[in-house]
Ligand binder design. Structure first.
Ligand SMILES: C=CC1=C(C)c2cc3[nH]c(cc4nc(cc5[nH]c(cc1n2)c(C)c5CCC(=O)O)C(CCC(=O)O)=C4C)c(C)c3C=C
Ligand code: FES
Ligand SMILES: [Fe+2]
Length: 420
């Protein structure tokens, strides 16, 4: 299974009087239903392999078809061709990390833990259920919406699992969500289709968005704890000299120059983590995973390692700062490519801090973020409302207007709940 993390929707139902339904008891049962992999019949190694290969290819095909991520000339022709050409290399990488991305597993563990904590932290909006919505792999937006439709969800929070906002990641996911809601006036008009708003129960869902949380103290603390655990493995006398290399997925310079907020938000996370650690170590922010020949934001992580090797440094701690769980970027690129490269360069003190995965501190942090959001009465943050100065993507405008349209209702319901 390989996928790009997208949105966890937290939802609860209301009873017939519009109050949160306290009696809904099926959380664990519906949760079990939302583990499609565990309910598959036993697979032979061969059929597993075929399924895995098809998933990787579908993932790449969808990714290169997304103009919000990679705008290509003749996208519908060129996208599939690039996906096909890239597939053998990427498939080998997934093979090397155990046959697929663990991102679905971790996202579900985090979501389940978060929903359970949220029931305690925000009993007035309980019960909560976490759904997973990926942009390029199952469960896709439409699959997740189907599940929500079946469950009769009426209120949902689109909670991005990217701590820092980029229009290429969270933005693309929100654009897709807007596109997949059948009764959106904007798109229905655009395509000249007659859509009866309200004909589909999914039209009735009230949405709000947690769009970024890269400096939340709970998130910062969870990352800092993993860094502290790794630093503890260096000898005490050299510990404070270890260079912390924060590594985040890079962006094409065209996206940076359009005014994408991600680089500044990643830098803000790094500063907050360093402050939490007492600013004892030297550090740099570097960028990984660039794709294709265009200019990307640097310095690249692998060049930074090589540069420090040349300067005679030995102790580097790599810290993934824009991912909340392991996947190909950490398990293959950092662990297998860069750590190996560093060894070949003679560096013996290069290590990687663990990803957040099932960190209880992280799960508590996302539960806190969700609880505060549910109390806030906010549908959309002021930052989400603003388009990039260089944005020419009409979908971004529609998506933001659609999400802002929930503001009055969310605010009045929240005011009502806090008055009770
Ligand atoms: C913060 C996270 C990410 C940003 C920003 C991001 C931007 C971005 N990515 C591509 C192209 C590709 N990304 C690919 C995989 C991939 N990307 C992220 C995260 C971010 N991407 C993750 C977590 C993953 C791996 C998912 C998993 O293993 O489950 C890939 C596919 C792999 C490959 O072919 O190398 C591509 C392609 C662009 C163009 C971009 C910014 C515009
Ligand atoms: S690209 Fe950033 S808002 Fe459209
Ligand atoms: Fe990516």
């Amino acid at each position: 299974m390989c996928s790009l993390p997208a949105i966890i929707a937290h939802s609860y139902r209301h009873d017939e009087h519009g109050r949160p339904g306290k009696g809904e008891s099926a959380r664990s049962e519906t949760w079990a239903r939302s583990w499609p992999l565990s309910s598959l019949p036993a697979l032979t190694p061969d059929s597993e392999r075929i399924q895995q290969s098809a998933q990787t290819h579908d993932f790449l095909r969808r990714l290169f078809a997304d103009p919000d991520l990679i705008p290509l000339p003749f996208q519908s022709t060129l996208g599939p061709l690039i996906a096909k050409r890239r597939y053998p290399k990427i498939e080998k990488q997934y093979d090397a990390i155990g046959g697929g991305s663990p991102i679905l597993k971790w996202t579900r563990i985090q979501g389940k833990g978060m929903a359970e904590l949220l029931d305690e932290l925000s009993p007035e909006t309980a019960p909560h259920k976490a759904y997973t919505m990926f942009r390029y792999a199952e469960p896709l937006t439409e699959t997740c919406l189907d599940e929500m439709r079946r469950d009769g969800v009426t209120r949902a929070v689109a909670f991005t699992q990217y701590p820092q906002y980029s229009c290429s990641t969270t933005g693309s996911n929100l654009n897709e969500l807007w596109k997949q809601i059948p009764g959106r006036a904007g798109l229905a008009k655009q395509k000249g289709k007659e859509v009866t708003v309200g004909a589909d129960p999914v039209d009735e869902i009230e949405w709000s968005v947690i769009d970024r949380w890269g400096v939340h103290p709970g998130f910062i603390d969870a990352v800092a704890r993993n860094i502290e655990a790794s630093l503890a493995s260096y000898p005490a006398e050299s510990r404070d000299g270890v260079v912390i290399l924060f590594s985040a997925h890079s962006l094409p310079m065209s996206v940076v120059n359009r005014g994408d907020p991600y680089p500044a938000e990643v830098a803000a996370s790094v500063s907050a983590i360093m402050a939490r650690l007492g600013n004892r170590n030297p550090y740099r922010l570097v960028w990984q995973s660039q794709v294709g020949p265009s200019a990307w934001l640097g310095p690249q992580t692998s060049d930074a390692i090589k540069g420090y090797a040349k300067k005679g440094l030995n102790d580097l701690l790599l810290v993934p700062v824009a991912f909340t769980s392991d996947h190909i970027e950490t398990l293959f690129e950092l662990d297998l490519e860069y750590l190996e490269e560093a060894k070949e360069l003679g560096m013996t003190g290069v290590k990687r801090a663990e990803s957040l995965n099932d960190s209880p501190y992280f799960i508590r942090a996302i539960a806190d973020i969700a609880a505060a959001h549910l109390k806030s009465g906010q549908a959309v943050s002021p930052q989400l409302g603003l388009r990039c100065p260089g944005c020419t993507n009409e979908k971004c405008g529609h998506q933001k207007e659609w999400l802002k349209s929930f503001q009055a209702e969310i605010a009045s319901k929240s005011a009502l709940a806090s008055a009770q």
